[in-house]
Design a protein around this ligand. Structure first.
Ligand code: G3I
Length: 365
């Protein structure tokens, strides 16, 4: 049963019972409900960012590598692997008994160039199998769950014409999951994508899950990335997607959560997305500090989102933030380079923001 639990703590010789809701860390607070994690970057893995490492250990019970296990980095050439940082990443998670996630085996982006030039289906299948067996196999029993296929869908729910799709056809997804299961039969296997809480794309993700299950191929979970903003997507849409995925028989994970507070070029009516917004004060309104009013909005948005996660805590298995503190976030460089964004729970000085306090004090009702 994954419900409210009490822990016995010693406080100045007295024994008292503390409920999870009185915990002083995120991982403690949410332990009865779901895992709490963050992506980790090279500086945190190598130890250069000591404050970051300490905070991760304190607040999280699961980690995901932001980049170091992506194909381009771990296997840049057919016969060349680089396991230096991945080895340190896995050791970091094990040291603190965290649930170590692998991200990601088959993805069209950050792909090694030798794979992009393969045109023969058998050769592509062999390259995929070898990549999965070698990378996943190295951490067998240690990485507990892998994003096997990442971002295979278009926004309308059809399959993206990635290099894997073009060369191997739609069955590349089934093959990837089969290879992964053969490599580490105890490992959890996930499909991970963005915008799959939205209705059309959700149908595509549900089809992937159903097609795998129909053939008896293992899939344990779906990763809703959760790159969201202050208004979008609606709480109703998030909730419905959690319900739909759970009904399809998989664990629901929020795998890359962050909430941008900056204007989006796509929202500007009549704007050309290719327009160069770099250096535009209008698109980078808070270069020095986050105004208190926006900090409050961010906290409220996180509160609303976590309320729905708590409501469906029997379906939600993990919530992972995409970055620890605001300075780490990829959103400072995308979709416009050189901005100052504030999408996470900790500020650039590793201090908790209002959103952190709100999530720590949130009651389950
Ligand atoms: O490795 C090179 C390094 O050698 C070079 O010196 C440096 C100079 O810019 O670039 C390094 O590569 C960068 C890489 O991150 C590692 O730091 C790339 O330019 C940069 O584009 C890359 O961005 C990552 C992005 O995925 C790539 O698509 C982000 O850090 C990472 O947060 C982001 O994460 C993805 C998830 O994996 C999947 N879902 C979406 C999410 C956000 O895009």
């Amino acid at each position: 049963m994954k419900k409210l639990v009490g822990f016995i703590v010693f406080t100045g010789g007295l024994i008292s019972c503390v409920t999870a809701q009185q915990s002083s860390t995120l991982k403690g607070k949410y332990k009865p409900y779901f895992k709490i994690g963050t992506s980790v970057n090279s500086a945190q893995i190598e130890g250069g960012d000591t404050k970051g490492r300490l905070l991760i250990t304190k607040q999280c019970n699961t980690i995901t590598p932001e980049n170091v296990l992506k194909w381009q980095l771990v296997q840049p050439e057919a016969t060349k692997y680089d396991f230096k940082l991945p080895d340190q990443y896995v050791a970091l998670g094990e040291k603190d008994s965290m649930f170590v996630v692998g991200h990601t085996l088959v993805w069209h982006s950050q792909l090694a160039s030798y794979v992009e030039s393969i045109t023969d289906p058998n050769q592509m299948e062999k390259a995929m199998q070898e990549h999965i067996k070698t990378v996943m196999g190295r951490y067998k029993g240690r990485i507990k769950g892998w994003d096997v296929v990442n971002e295979a869908l278009n926004e309308d729910g059809t399959l993206r014409e990635s290099v894997f799709y073009k060369v191997m056809g739609p069955d590349y997804i089934k093959k990837a999951f089969r290879f992964a299961h053969e490599t580490d039969p105890a490992c959890e296997l996930y499909y991970n994508d963005y915008n799959i809480e939205l209705k059309e794309k959700r149908q595509g993700a549900l089809k992937i899950i159903k097609d795998l299950k129909a053939e008896g191929i293992r899939i344990d979970g779906v990763g809703i990335q959760g790159h969201w903003n202050l208004q979008w997507p609606s709480i109703e849409e998030i909730e419905q997607s959690i319900i739909d995925y759970a009904s399809a028989g998989v664990k629901v994970m929020i795998t890359e959560l962050d909430i941008t507070v900056l204007p989006n070029p796509w929202d500007l009516k009549g704007a050309d997305v290719n327009q160069n917004f770099e250096g535009s004060p209008f698109m980078n309104p808070y270069p020095n500090a986050l105004p208190d009013s926006v900090d409050v909005l961010l906290a409220k948005r996180y509160e609303d989102i976590f309320k729905v996660f708590l409501k469906h805590q029997d379906k939600v298995d993990r919530v992972t933030f995409w970055g620890l503190q605001d300075g780490d976030s990829w959103l400072n460089g995308w979709p416009i380079k050189g901005r100052t964004n504030y999408p996470l729970l900790f500020d650039r000085n590793y201090r908790p923001k209002k959103a952190y306090q709100t999530l720590l004090n949130l009651s389950k009702k």
